[in-house]
Ligand binder design. Structure first.
Ligand code: SF4
Length: 181
């Protein structure tokens, strides 16, 4: 197991006083930089910065960062959720490390899709069936992994198959964190 021991800290970020959002970080007792290219290969939408030995990822509205000696997540609604997600990330790192023989590590830096690039492939009807006021708002949240392609029923109608396929290749649709897969 790569991560066996760690200290957990749950806190309210100083930039968001009173926002009632929580962040959590795990301080690690060993260097996990070696797993980052494997995470980069398996977490769609991750941004790997080799020189900084860091990998950032957005999932379900949470900003996540993996560093050599630290893992952090933010934007949880309460302390329990923050800690649960953090432990899910540690589990993800350990499982990825165990599977590394099956994964081709990716050492490149990939950028997240820009909202406008996603918007151009959406139906652009502003029908609000996804719960968002406009397709552009949906595109923004899609890029941040706060929405999924399944939330837009129009995309699954006949005639959008090509655009849906392009969107699927661009967006982050990785497993949810905070629970064992
Ligand atoms: S459901 Fe799809 S088409 Fe309708 S507003 Fe949302 S993104 Fe646009």
């Amino acid at each position: 197991m790569l991560i066996e021991r760690f200290d957990v800290e749950v806190f309210t970020p100083p930039c968001e006083p009173g926002a009632e959002r929580y962040a959590a970080k795990a301080r690690l007792t060993r260097d996990i930089a070696e797993v980052l290219p494997y995470l980069n290969a398996t977490l769609r939408g991750a941004v790997y910065l080799p020189a900084a030995q860091a990998l950032t990822w957005k999932k379900g509205g949470h900003n996540i960062a993996f560093h050599a000696y630290e893992i952090a997540t933010s934007n949880a609604t309460d302390r329990e959720e923050a800690e649960r997600e953090l432990r899910g990330l540690i589990d993800l790192v350990n499982k990825t490390w165990e599977r590394r023989a099956e994964i081709t590590p990716d050492h490149d830096t990939h950028q997240r899709p820009a909202p406008m690039a996603l918007y151009k492939l959406l139906p652009q009807t502003n029908c609000k069936q996804c719960g968002e006021p406009t397709c552009y708002t949906f595109a923004f949240k899609l890029g941040a992994s706060q929405k999924s392609l399944d939330d837009c029923p129009v995309l699954h109608e006949e005639g959008y198959a090509g655009k849906l396929a392009q969107l699927q290749s661009m967006v982050i649709e990785a497993p949810s964190i905070g629970r064992s897969e």
